[in-house]
Ligand binder design. Structure first.
Ligand SMILES: *Cc1c(COP(=O)(O)O)cnc(C)c1O
Length: 416
């Protein structure tokens, strides 16, 4: 494949690493052109919830292709989008009354930030500062990078990134520092706080407890700082509940959803807003409309997949599946917790994570060899530095899950 013109994301082509060609997939298994069956331990980058090729989602897509492929969404509408918006209102917290469509997690974040600033633009007192949590990841467009952690991934673009106020991650024993910093930042007329609830994904699968999320929300509410929950990864059951926010008993002012919105089958995102955010843009003045769109906003085929996902959540025992996967991940965790060389074993709902080695720079340099180790065993696991995590589709079988857990233990025993 070295002569391919394809430029892959987050891939250093100069390292000439093999790039497998996947021909088909079902459930938690990927099949390659050279006949291998790969276990998808990361839900194809966190998107696949019910499994690859889910028959109901595939059927909904096929049916929709016979009716309407694409239509401008400014000033026009279609049934799949109407159904999806109403369906989301039914399943999501009732305070979130408006649904704005876009195409990816990053764009759902851009939309959320623009909504928040649009809200303040319509008020007597303008606010424009955004507060973020240390180690956050919200996507790779310029605005999403601006509110995410700065590092090697965005150094080259630093000049374009806007300033934000960063509060420290609430690591165990340091929670009060987080809350105090947030309190200070909110008191300084911040427009919005954007946060990944309970789990910071790309920042290293860092977990923090629902109590802290609830207290952060309370601080924002007291200062009228708009609370934006980026549930692009945590949503759709990953943390054990439909939304991670549920565990803290909170409802954000703005909610970002993507990845599992279509069961991971096709790109789609929504930014859900509470009524005051919408009303700040509602007017007879055209200059106050919400100025955002992309060509494929609310693509009907993607919306049909979203509706099939909602039907699966309504009609199938998805919550039981998630609870069951959580228990099975716990069994793996117990195995890994006893394995020398593995530290910080942790689980949040269906997500299992740990570090191999002590987290030193040297161990981080071992990440590519970890990746190769798993690849050689036909396992799709993609460590973040020396953080290894398992976030499979909910339908993964016991044998496949066991292989993932045992491979992590083996990788640690070889590395120490
Ligand atoms: C993946 C992710 C995004 C970005 O989503 P894309 O669809 O890749 O643009 C944003 N926020 C969080 C928390 C994510 O995990």
């Amino acid at each position: 494949m070295t002569d391919s013109p394809v430029w892959h994301p987050f891939t250093q082509h100069g390292l000439q690493e093999p790039i497998p060609l996947v021909t088909h997939a079902e459930g938690a298994a990927l099949h390659t052109a050279d006949g291998r069956r790969i276990i998808d331990g990361i839900s194809s980058w966190w998107v696949t919830t019910h499994g690859h090729g889910n028959p109901r989602i595939m059927q909904a897509i096929a049916d929709q292709t016979r009716r309407l492929d694409q239509i401008i969404f400014a000033g026009w509408t279609h049934q799949p989008a109407e159904d999806l918006a109403r369906g989301l209102l039914e399943i999501m917290p009732p305070e979130l009354t408006r649904v704005f469509f876009s195409d990816s997690g990053s764009t759902s974040v851009e939309v959320a930030l623009k909504m928040a600033l649009g809200y303040w633009h319509a008020q007597e007192t303008r606010r424009n500062r955004i507060i973020v949590l240390e180690h956050s990841y919200h996507g790779d467009t310029i605005g999403a990078m601006s509110v995410g952690a700065r590092g090697v991934f965005n150094q080259a673009y630093d000049a374009l990134l806007f300033d934000v106020v960063t509060v420290p991650f609430p690591a165990p024993g340091r929670e009060q520092g987080t809350l105090d910093a947030l309190e200070r930042a909110c008191a300084d007329d911040a427009a919005a706080f954007i946060v990944e609830p309970l789990v910071l994904g790309a920042g290293g699968m860092l977990f923090y407890p629902p109590e802290i999320l609830a207290r952060m929300h309370e601080i924002c509410r007291r200062h009228e700082t708009i609370f934006i929950a980026d549930e692009v990864m945590t949503g759709w059951g990953r943390t054990g509940t439909l939304l991670a926010c549920e565990q803290a008993g909170i409802v954000p002012d703005i909610l970002c959803l993507s990845k599992g919105l279509t069961g991971g089958a096709i790109p789609l995102a929504v930014t859900m807003a509470s009524e005051p955010i919408y009303q700040a843009h509602y007017s007879t003045d055209r200059a106050r409309m919400f100025f955002h769109s992309s060509s494929y906003t609310a693509n009907p085929i993607a919306c049909a997949a979203g509706n099939a996902n909602l039907a699966i959540w309504r009609e199938e025992p998805v919550r039981e599946r998630i609870a069951g996967l959580g228990e099975r991940q716990q069994a793996g965790l117990d195995l890994l917790a006893d394995t020398p060389g593995i530290v910080n074993t942790r689980r949040c709902g269906t997500i299992l994570a740990c570090e191999i080695g002590d987290g030193s720079g040297y161990m981080n340099a071992a990440a590519p060899s970890l990746l190769a180790f798993f690849r050689d065993r036909d396992l799709l696991l993609r460590p973040l530095g020396n953080t290894v995590y398992v976030m499979p589709p909910f339908c993964i079988g016991d044998d496949d899950l066991g292989l993932l857990h045992r491979a992590i233990a083996e990788a640690a025993s070889l590395g120490t």
